[in-house]
Design a protein. Structure first.
Lengths: 325, 401, 298
């Protein structure tokens, strides 16, 4: 079967799923129960994390296995703020994003020096170290039992606390739309093209005088900030944070989400995260204990069936000293 | 060219898939929400346990104990046919949040049983409490802020150590070296021991007089930790380990410099599959537990024979007994909650429950902490016939308040 | 003297544990360093080897050797499957292969627990090596002492095969230039299949040999994968000697390091890995990075 050219054109490819998603996100809650709605909130929070991975893996050619670390930092920031009585949602989002950005700025100094698989491994190691630290720093994080019974937030000062899954959903949706719109706008601007150019033609960009490493460090910090934003949302959805939120498998799952959605498509990353949440938490419902099996099959199918999605994430050529840079 | 067309089609499929899957996830409630009980209509009970992740070695016993009770009681609790909704808590904590929400919002369960890891308790109990659904917990039990809907069938995490501490202070001629895993449940277990042990006049042999915590879950080799025991002059070891850690610790202990130093432990170290995997290495270990399969009572004989019939003549682990008790408590509470039981009525009925007749002996729930007030037993691993078993050698204190 | 006495057993154990890590990581470093496949399912192959060895073991020497044989054959077969699965991805860099093998490891874990349950499976080893021996007044497990000898022999054989034989030379050549090896008349898919099969065999054998120390259970695959990754990152991927040195170093850190200061124990493994990666990158000789480049270009 041949697909008519018009169906492959960019407006159709992005517009149709985008519109379908928008309609779904707006209409669905009215017919869903609390469980369905909270799954959607979770998918959105994880989706924000997936978008941050797509900035790194897709746009910057830096496939990360540790993006759950800044996500965890954001979630704990929100948790700590709530336990100290700071329950304004917007404030938590700002602080969580900021703290995660600072965290990424520091770890980025280390990680950004490495390339390719070394970057994958370094981010994996940083992620595991963050999870260990979260479990050990008991006075702040509550240790391995996590922070629990986290107070419900109020979106803005003076507003009522979000007491239902539905109201939390609208808050998470609004926050997600705002932050994705900002990301979209930035990536459509010359910044996105610059990142892609650095990814594909690093040597040429360097010789043209571009500080490629600094660009990538900034992308790493921005992605970390975005992951922190997602972490705050996740804390709001679950009212619970524990070191396990930063686990290696979370990092790998969002990488899969990006692969499913196409490496350089924020919308695709969101949809990929939705599919993962649906598989892990809903589809596996009738087969308790076999969630990982379904996810594993998804990984396998995705690798063969979505070559563009996978190939969109390319390893960058490591710079070599004394080489023809 | 071909591949890009395929991938466009597939990506469209991904989008459609994600949307329809989530839509179906939310909508399927409309069919199940109308199934609330009329007369002796079937009821739904949730059971959360670890079927994957770092606690999966412990998970199946929670399910099997509950299922065994249903099998031997015509699949009924309190006169209602039961549909058991099983959920996986995976590594514990946040992973269990959607599981609990689904049970409450879509399955409209009367109660949630099970829960292995303490982070899962912390994540699930606030949700269940807000919905008024009782949680009948069969795994570890941490300190919880609001226990109004939490009922523990096992023990408080500090109880096993608290029962063993005074005994070791009196019977070990010298200091004790204490070990535990580096997570909250481990701290609670060891705190229970060290507090009771030092209060009874004992002295820890560890460096700095504090229990040693081994990294979790990455410790596979305990030899370096054990090599310090001999040098410390300790006359006994006390530890709390479960699952794979328990097996590795016992094997390493039995082949180390410390092998002549007696090993005392919370009973999980030699429960069920762990004892089988440890084999002769476990011979002689002394443990404290609120259960031993050789307790002679009618309730225990019924439980042990049902279990060994179903599982190749094996002795039941304590965890399965907690789950059996959870089913038994729910059975009585649901019967008292009237023909149309609600979660609230079940919760009140559990609260009003007095003495509970159980395979472990009779016990009752503390009005304060909702944890059993129960007797602890001293057990020793010995050959019982052809296989190693945890044999009861004495009684320890009754603990709980 | 007293300090040496206290740390003697941990130091000796570090050698045994390090050699175990070396044997466990050998298949991974071979496949990654030479074949360019980052095999996340490596730990699953190790666990499979352990389960297979455990299932035939009855305490006799013949069953012990049979167990090792079965584990090796099982690992080789799964390596063959891996070869078939990764071949179509050969020119797409590391990430698709890593994602594929991650998926395979999730599926494999489910299959293993379905078949073998969630309890750890004990391996019954022959009586004569199941006890302990006295070394300088310390008690030490006989099996681990024997393991030190067997693993050392394996390391020597590995170095010899890779460095001194025609097959080894061919594999090393394939890592540098696949097309050249193809021009020599060896089909690339054959080299790839041989590598995957050999890596699978090594992983299975390691699982069988290591089972009395890291017994096959539901956690085994993850633990072995993480430890092996640390080892191959520290050593140069594909270098037998590098992996050997790194494995011994990690072994000593996990035993002697813990014995000297246990406060930092939780951070040791991954802290070391991060430091090694960064130091090497700053020094501009990133072996791992170079491996990545080879994969990206291939």
């Amino acid at each position: 079967m041949r697909i008519p050219a018009v169906l492959l054109s960019r407006p159709v490819r992005i517009g149709v799923p985008g519109a379908a998603l928008a309609v779904f996100l707006l209409i669905a809650p009215s017919s869903f129960d609390g469980y369905g709605i909270s799954l959607m909130s979770k998918a959105l929070a994880l989706g924000v994390l997936a978008v941050s991975v797509s900035i790194l893996a897709g746009y910057s050619g830096l496939p990360t296995m540790g993006q759950a670390a800044p996500f965890l930092v954001g979630a704990y920031t929100a948790g700590v703020m709530s336990t100290h009585g700071h329950t304004v949602g917007v404030l938590q989002l700002l602080c969580g994003t900021l703290v995660a950005a600072v965290f990424a700025a520091a770890t980025g100094l280390v990680a950004i020096r490495t390339r390719g698989v070394a970057f994958l491994m370094t981010t994996l190691a940083l992620g595991e170290l963050t999870v260990t630290a979260a479990g050990e720093w008991r006075s702040l994080t509550g240790g391995t039992d996590g922070m629990y019974g986290i107070t419900a937030i109020q979106p803005l000062p003076g507003m009522a606390a979000l007491s239902s899954d539905r109201s939390i959903y609208w808050f998470v949706l609004t926050a997600t739309v705002v932050v994705i719109a900002v990301v979209w706008w930035v990536l459509r601007s010359p910044v996105g093209k610059l990142l892609l150019a650095c990814r594909d033609h690093e040597a040429r960009m360097r010789s043209a005088g571009h500080p490629v490493t600094r660009y990538q460090w900034l992308a790493y910090v921005a992605a970390g900030a975005l992951a922190g934003f997602g972490g705050v949302l996740m804390c709001t959805v679950n009212a619970y944070v524990s070191p396990d939120d930063g686990s290696f498998s979370n990092s790998a799952l969002v990488l899969l989400a990006v692969v499913l959605g196409g490496a350089i498509s924020p919308l695709g990353a969101l949809l990929g995260a939705g599919l993962i949440v649906a598989t892990q938490d809903w589809l596996s419902g009738p087969f308790p204990g076999h969630g990982p099996l379904l996810l594993g099959l998804m990984f396998i199918v995705a690798v063969y069936a979505l070559p563009d999605g996978v190939a969109g994430i390319r390893f960058r050529v490591p710079k070599r000293r004394g080489g023809p840079a | 060219m071909f591949s890009s067309r395929v991938s466009v089609r597939l990506r469209a499929a991904v989008a459609v898939g994600a949307v329809t899957a989530l839509a179906a996830a939310g909508c399927s409630s409309s069919t199940s929400s109308k199934s609330s009980a009329k007369g002796n209509a079937p009821i739904n009970i949730g059971l959360i346990t670890a079927l994957t992740g770092s606690n999966q070695a412990l998970g199946p016993d929670h399910l099997n104990g509950f299922q065994l009770y249903l099998d031997t009681h015509n699949d009924m609790l309190g006169g209602h046919k039961v549909s058991l909704k099983v959920g996986d808590e995976a590594n514990g904590g946040a992973a269990a949040v959607p599981v609990a929400k689904k049970m409450i919002e879509q399955d409209h369960v009367l109660a949630i049983a099970g829960i292995v890891a303490t982070p899962t308790i912390q994540a699930v109990v606030p949700i269940a409490t807000a919905a008024g659904v009782p949680v009948v917990n069969t795994g570890g039990r941490p300190t919880v802020k609001d226990v109004s809907h939490l009922w523990t069938m096992s023990f408080m995490s500090t109880d096993p150590g608290a029962s063993m501490g005074p005994y070791m202070a009196q019977n070990v001629p010298g200091s004790v070296y204490a070990f535990g895993p580096d997570y909250q449940g481990g701290y609670d277990q060891l705190r229970g021991f060290t507090d009771a042990y030092t209060k009874a006049g004992g002295k820890l042999a560890n460096d700095g007089g504090k229990a040693t915590f081994t990294p979790f879950p990455n410790t596979t080799d305990f030899t370096p930790f054990l090599s310090k025991v001999k040098a410390s002059g300790a006359k006994a070891i006390y530890c709390f380990y479960t699952g794979q850690n328990a097996i590795d610790f016992v094997k390493d202990w039995s082949q180390s410099d410390a092998k002549d130093i007696p090993l005392y432990a919370a009973g999980f170290i030699t429960e069920g599959g762990a004892l089988k995997a440890e084999g002769q290495a476990a011979n002689g270990i002394i443990t404290t537990m609120n259960y031993s399969p050789d307790i002679s009572s009618a309730a225990n004989r019924q439980f042990v024979s049902a279990w060994s019939q179903k599982y190749n003549g094996e002795a039941p682990p304590a965890t399965a007994m907690y789950s059996w008790d959870a089913a038994s408590v729910l059975d009585q509470a649901i019967a008292k909650a009237g023909p149309n039981p609600t979660p609230d009525a079940v919760n009140s009925a559990i609260k009003a429950m007095g003495q509970i007749d159980s395979p472990r002996g009779t016990w009752q729930l503390s009005a304060d902490t909702h944890v059993p007030v129960q007797k602890w037993y001293l057990r020793k691993v010995e050959m019982d016939g052809t296989a190693l078993a945890n044999v009861k050698i004495g009684d320890l204190a009754t603990i709980g308040s | 003297m007293g300090a040496i006495n206290t740390h003697f057993v941990p130091a000796l154990d570090g050698v045994a544990y390090g050699l175990l890590l070396f044997v466990a990581a050998a298949g991974l470093t071979l496949l990654f360093g030479i074949g360019g496949v980052l095999n996340i399912a490596h730990g699953t192959l190790f666990a499979l080897g352990g389960y297979l060895a455990a299932s035939v073991s009855d305490g006799s020497w013949s069953s012990a050797f049979l167990g090792l044989a079965v584990a090796t054959v099982g690992g080789t077969l799964c390596g063959g499957l891996l070869a078939a699965g990764t071949l179509p991805l050969a020119d797409r860099g590391h990430l698709p292969q890593a994602l594929l093998t991650f998926g395979l490891s999730l599926v494999g874990a489910d299959v293993l627990t379905t078949v073998y349950g969630t309890d750890e499976h004990p391996v019954v080893i022959p009586k004569s090596v199941n006890g302990t021996v006295q070394i300088f007044g310390h008690v030490y497990p006989t099996y681990r002492l024997m393991f030190i000898v067997v693993a050392s022999v394996l390391a020597l054989v590995g170095t010899y095969v890779l460095g001194r034989t025609r097959a080894g030379a061919l594999l090393r050549a394939a890592a540098d230039d696949r097309e050249m090896v193809g021009a020599m008349g060896y089909a690339p898919w054959r080299v790839h299949a041989a590598l995957c099969g050999a890596a699978g065999a090594l992983a299975g054998l390691a699982g069988g040999l290591g089972a009395p120390i890291i017994g096959p259970g539901p956690d085994t695959a993850d633990k072995v994968l993480m430890l092996s990754m640390v080892v191959i990152v520290l050593g140069r991927p594909g270098s037998v000697l590098g992996a050997f040195g790194a494995a011994i170093a990690v072994g000593e850190i996990e035993t002697l390091g813990v014995s000297i200061s246990s406060n930092w124990a939780p951070y040791l493994l991954f802290g070391l890995m991060a430091v090694a990666l960064v130091v090497r990158t700053f020094r501009g000789s990133s072996a791992v990075g170079a491996g990545a480049a080879a994969g990206a270009h291939a």
